[in-house]
Design a protein around this ligand. Sequence first.
Ligand code: GAR
Length: 206
Amino acid sequence: MSPKRVAILISGGGSNMVSLVRSMQEPGPGGEAHAGMPCLVLSNQPGAGGLERAKEMGVPTAVVDHRPFKGDRVAFEDALSARLHFEGAEIVCLAGFMRILTTHFVSEWQGKMLNIHPSLLPKYRGLHTHARALEAGEAEHGCTVHEVTPELDEGPILGQARLPILAGDTPESLAARVLVQEHRLYPAVLRRFAAGDREPVFLSQD
Ligand code: GAR
């Protein structure tokens, strides 16, 4: 079977995108081929650093800037979908894509669209997750990959990686350690998902 075409949506540096692309370009732990291949890296921010990184890895890139749509979310989402269909995308990975997507877009891609979120969902949906986990005095924190459904940061959980919060952690130090785990978790989940396996992946820090 030919590999599933995977589009990755970013808004910034794209470190998760890099880990996903690399994982699709490498054989699996048992030497098996990946069931996905990167077909497109798309950003809503023309200056996103991840676009250059994708080009260096030989992946086609596109920009669909949300600003000219002046708040018309449906028109923006139609442009996104059109670009994804043009590349024949079969799986969509949100990787630091910082636009809220409406039911209009989500219902079209539901079951084929994943997101990574920097908290142990259902805790800390939304922004500033690391600061909020610290303020709450949590003993542990982490990241989650989930299927995207219309509610923000909801949807079936496909994987979580957890790590302890250390004395003296700041939002920045915690974010950096969570990001290392994001780069382990998202490729592990995508490898399974592309092969049709939705069994969740649970990782703890090495
Ligand atoms: C990641 O930490 C990701 O979990 C987060 O944005 C960062 C993007 O980094 N996503 C969200 O907060 C989505 N709600 P990256 O561009 O280096 O992958």
